[in-house]
Design a protein around this ligand. Structure first.
Ligand code: ZN
Length: 333
């Protein structure tokens, strides 16, 4: 097989008409220029937008072939194999396969592996690191969202003192500290990895009932017990790192931590765990579950208006149903 080609010496722009063929394992040029070469010593360039193929020599000379089909046939005859990356690059099938493999690894990893890994890391993260994350978060929030609490010191102390007298529903209760803040984000409460449970003045006022306040604090203690926020932060950072590796986007890593802190959206499972903890703690202390019911009802109504943090909690109806079940069980006992 012989095909037509154009040869350029790489020094002048002069075009030399040549014939390219394959003879006994060697590529041979005939015509204005005579040259023999091995496919191993040249670079066969990737197809560009047009159909022209190009062979580059190490001395700067190059060969152009406009009939790509004949060129491919000649190369096949000469036993040339394109490097695998180039072949894959040109095949949509490979792109599809690569996408499927990526999805097959990433999606289950994200859904199952990542939460499990985050839980494991969160359990093993040194106290000092957890405190550092919590302190960072609190000062971040204090600068942007919070103002000092306007609740009277007596009211604050009364809440803290009462919660301190309560028995924990399970062994291994986390260390905690209760803080009050006036907020620009309305009625809210959350637990930082450092063990600081922050409750906004607005929430204390909205609840207006001490049993209900105890219920919310117990719910937050449940989040602390399971290290939910810490797990979320770790998970958020990992997702950011993966995004960085796959898409080369660093911004997601940088924003992961404050976003997780502000967003505070726990999974429904996390909320159910925290609710169960709160219910168990109320029962362990013979506090009627009415307070917790009141909380869910009030927060449920509020979240419809606010559509923010609170909306991440399960619907009030679902949470109230759990309390109803818990009450029925305790009556039966
Ligand atoms: Zn919660």
């Amino acid at each position: 097989m012989i095909i037509q080609a154009a040869y350029f010496d790489g020094k002048t722009s002069r075009r030399h008409a040549v014939e390219l063929m394959h003879r006994n394992g060697v590529m041979v040029l005939h015509g204005d220029v005579r040259r023999a070469f091995n496919l191993a010593e040249v670079v066969v360039l990737e197809r560009a937008g047009n159909r022209t193929r190009k062979i580059a020599f190490s001395d700067g000379a190059y060969l152009e072939v406009s009939d790509a089909a004949s060129f491919d046939a000649l190369m096949a005859e000469a036993g040339y194999r394109e490097p695998i990356a180039i072949r894959m690059h040109h095949s949509w099938r490979w792109i599809l396969v690569a996408a499927v493999i990526l999805i097959a690894i990433v999606v289950p990893g994200y859904l199952y592996g990542l939460p499990a890994a985050s839980k494991m890391i969160a359990k093993r993260l040194p106290e000092a690191a957890q405190h550092a994350i919590g302190r960072e978060a609190l000062s971040f929030l204090d600068q942007r969202i919070f103002a000092p609490s306007t609740l009277s010191p007596e009211r604050q102390q009364a809440i803290v003192d009462r919660f301190k007298t309560l028995r924990f529903p399970q062994a291994g209760a986390p260390q905690y500290e209760i803080l009050f803040r006036k907020s620009g984000i309305g009625p809210n409460a959350f637990a930082l990895p450092s063990g600081q449970i922050v409750m906004t003045d607005e929430l204390v006022k909205l609840l207006g009932d001490d049993d209900a306040v105890m219920g919310v604090l117990a719910h937050e203690l449940g989040h602390l017990h399971e290290r939910h926020l810490l797990r979320r932060v770790i998970q958020g950072s990992v997702v950011g790192l993966v995004t960085l590796v796959i898409f080369g986007d660093a911004s997601s890593v940088v924003t992961a931590i404050p976003t997780a802190m502000l967003d505070m959206k726990y999974s429904r499972d996390a909320e159910r765990e925290a609710d169960s903890y709160a219910i168990a703690m109320m029962q362990a202390n013979d506090i009627p579950l009415d307070g917790l019911k009141l909380t869910f009802e009030k927060l449920g109504k509020k979240s419809l208006q606010m559509g923010s943090y609170l909306s991440s909690h399960p619907p009030a109806a679902e949470r109230l149903e759990r309390i109803r079940l818990a009450e029925r069980d305790s009556v039966g006992r």
